[in-house]
Write a protein that binds this ligand. Structure first.
Ligand code: ADP
Ligand code: MG
Length: 474
């Protein structure tokens, strides 16, 4: 009797059914369709790349065994993978069995009962088996101020929180520099999911913590328990994935957990301090996963958003700060939100200690101490002082309205250096030069660059000043 692909595959399924749990059988084998049988090669269609990799990782031995039972020792299996777009554009991956990949007894999927699951978060007050979310209720969407800097990330976050695992934002990847609100946002998502759906097991974990837990699990021979814990999660939030760079084994483990959860319609949310394309030391297959969902970035909030953040913070702390101080802080601190909050806290602390009101004078004083750290060594003050000395002009004149030619040039040079050597925005630079407009700063920067090209002596002067900046920085 000539065998058909259907009869061969049906027989394989009978065999497989006896070897794996019900759940696994339904998840991983029922969706497979036999496509063709060509001599000793059976081609099966799998719904996604995930599927293909999962089968290869977990069931390679089983598949090999049943194919060889059916087709003899030369029996081969090929996969036809439906490409992710959902269109029926098939792309065949030829995989010849026996396969090189060796997998030790992998019992991940023996999901029914009897699993050892121990909470890997060692919290003294925690029951060993309890589900621990690691969420901080202080992070919410309510107190996450919206601005151009975060609009996409924030609204994607809300969408995900309302329908975890269901939107196409899966995984949701948030990236942005230090202190720009990644942790706040991903935690806010977690909190919202928890509130809305009580049965949804949300887990927030930093990549660092995940790595430690994984290493401990290896040491203690408890990988299975570690994995089982993570596989129960419905909404997994992994903060700062850049920390996985270069940690191959941890990435491997995360990859499996990721695949498993994603395949089962669970939501994954990640953050990173840089764009996925700049994540060095991360395996390509992991990176390609990140691109499946949505990647959204966080930028430094603009001036108005910073004002709103300060005011919101004051409101929640029940503190009053005069408008001019709010404005001054928002102008002066344009590195990141964490620093902005730090300055605010210092200011409040100073006022409390000295039993004074918060006013512009105190704000300036407080900022002086802190800004020094913020700006490393080269700050606006230093640049103004250095340029003033170089051109023999007072700092006051640099900030003043004077339109005398020498002063205008020195002022432009100072602005240019501020642009080069500090993190201040154009707006903030303008502010430090007597409240000038940001377009004045753009003009200054442009004029200085032009002049350096045409006037050699001027170019040398700038180089000399730059040397001073660099010397100060080391
Ligand atoms: P990251 O994880 O990116 O380093 P965080 O989430 O820890 O940054 O944010 C630093 C601080 O700034 C936190 O206290 C956070 O609440 C606050 N913050 C950041 N962005 C906003 C925002 N848009 N609105 C209100 N607070 C913010
Ligand atoms: Mg963070």
């Amino acid at each position: 009797m000539v065998k058909s692909e259907t009869s061969v595959w049906d027989d394989c399924l009978d065999f497989i059914r006896g070897q794996v749990g019900d759940q696994s059988f339904r998840t991983w084998f029922e969706p497979i369709r036999p496509l063709s049988l060509n001599q000793e090669t059976l081609t099966i269609q799998v719904p996604s790349q995930f599927f293909y990799e999962y089968l290869e990782e977990h069931y390679v031995h089983l598949l090999r065994q049943c194919i060889q039972n059916q087709l003899g020792p030369g029996g081969k299996l090929e996969y036809s993978v439906i490409v992710d777009s959902g269109s029926m554009q098939n792309q065949a991956y030829s995989v010849t069995l026996p396969n090189q990949r060796q997998h030790k007894n992998n019992s991940w999927d023996n999901a029914n009962g009897k699993q050892e699951v121990v909470n890997p978060f060692e919290m003294p007050s925690l029951d060993k088996n309890s589900r621990y979310s690691n969420l901080n209720p202080n992070y919410s969407f309510d107190n996450y101020i919206e601005g151009d800097c975060n609009r996409l990330a924030r609204s994607a976050g809300i969408a995900v929180a309302e329908k975890p695992g269901i939107t196409s934002f899966n995984p949701l990847m948030i990236y942005g520099g230090v202190g720009l609100g990644k942790t706040h946002l991903v935690q806010a998502i977690g909190n919202k999911v928890s509130e809305a759906t009580s049965g949804n097991f949300v887990l927030y974990v930093s990549s660092e913590k995940f790595t430690t837990q994984f290493t401990d699990a290896i040491k203690n021979n408890s990988i299975q328990s570690f994995t089982n814990y993570y596989l129960q999660v419905d909404t997994l939030i992994i903060d700062d994935v850049q920390f996985f760079s270069g940690k191959e084994k941890t990435q491997e483990m995360f990859f499996h957990i990721f695949n498993h959860l994603h395949q089962n319609g669970k939501q994954i949310i990640m953050s990173s301090d840089r764009a996925p394309r700049d994540l060095k030391g991360l395996q390509d297959r992991l990176l390609s996963r990140f691109k499946w969902g949505l990647t959204a970035d966080l930028q430094m909030p603009d001036f108005e958003t910073r004002m709103a953040i300060i005011m919101r913070k004051m409101q929640s702390d029940g503190i009053y700060i005069p408008d001019d101080v709010v404005e001054y802080l928002a102008y002066s601190v344009d590195t990141n939100v964490r620093e902005l909050e730090g300055v605010l806290i210092s200011l409040i602390a100073h006022a409390t200690l000295n039993k004074t009101d918060i006013n512009l004078e105190l704000a300036k004083q407080t900022l002086k101490n802190i800004v020094h750290d913020i700006e490393s060594e080269v700050g606006v003050d230093y640049i103004q002082k250095t340029v003033g000395e170089y051109f023999q002009i007072s700092v006051e004149d640099l900030k003043d309205k004077t339109r005398k030619k020498e002063i205008v040039i020195a002022r432009q040079v100072a602005m240019y250096l501020c642009k080069e050597y500090t993190n201040h925005s154009l707006k903030s630079i303008g502010y430090h030069f007597g409240g000038r407009d940001h377009s004045t700063v753009i003009h200054a920067v442009q004029s200085v660059s032009d002049m350096m090209d045409i006037d050699q002596k001027f170019g040398q002067a700038i180089e000399e000043l730059k040397k001073k900046m660099k010397m100060k920085m080391v």
